[in-house]
Design a binder for this molecule. Sequence first.
Ligand code: SF4
Length: 329
Amino acid sequence: MKQFSYVRVTSGKAAISELSKDKTAMFLAGGTNLVDLMKSGVTNPERLVDITRVPLATIEATKTGLRIGALAKNTAVAEHPLVLKHFPLLSQALNAGASPQLRNMATVGGNMMQRTRCHYFYDTALPCNKRNPGSGCGAIGGFSRMHAIFGASDKCIAVHPSDMCVALTALDAVITVTGAKGERKISFGEFHRLPGDTPEIDNTLQRGELITAVDIPFNDALQQTHYLKVRDRASYAFALVSAGVALSLKGNNIADVRIAMGGVAHKPWRLKEAEAYLKGKPATEEHFREAARLTMAQAKAEEGNAYKLTLAPNTIVEALKLAAANGNI
Ligand code: SF4
């Protein structure tokens, strides 16, 4: 690990000011991804601005929804009574991620900012356009078992690794960020980006901005939820494919539905076409299968991840069935 300077701050204003003093400076929160990136030489900030004592960990109801501070720990969010009551999908997704120890350290903002777990990205001896723009993509034509089937480019086929972000995308969350020019809002679906020609850019956060909170609008009709994560082992593994579903049923008819997927794209992948198809229809396997078929029309795979072309639609259908049948398990 390269040498770096360290400063601890206690306010958002000081955090932004300290970050501006070095163009390589980065915010340090839980450190559960950043420290790994620094140890392996992928990320080499010369200054770390420790924001763990900035008071941004509150979880509270507002008039229209739930506000979660960016420094709230993943465990605190997953176990919070208001999250369990109003947004069980978020709790399910958080508990599917990482391990209890990591969830105790990792923050909401850090979870959003975590980087892909593509093996080529973490090995500085190998080509990777995300780590070293213009060097090539080792995964294309290489080891691509974990990689994207939606929205990839000829520069990068990496996936975003978060489970929490899948739920927040499905739940229409809105992010608040603050910087030298003031505060702005970003809808969750527009925060992470597709790789295009610039895979080194993960998201739409601007240099110098600090994530301060995430707001989720109340929609208590969407109470039948299920987060289904398919992975190589039962814990402490990233998703091969995941699907988060929040359903509102009137009798057996789908009054409303939200669906998003993880492990399939450079960003959490919202299934708007499938949602539009399902609204107003009976909650039957036949309709779930058609919704999955519509989604998969955009899919494209490498040899190594071609199995996802079967696994992804099956995961969508199974998550919808479980949400419709039981809800909140
Ligand atoms: Fe790098 Fe993206 Fe290719 Fe992985 S998929 S090697 S992160 S450019």
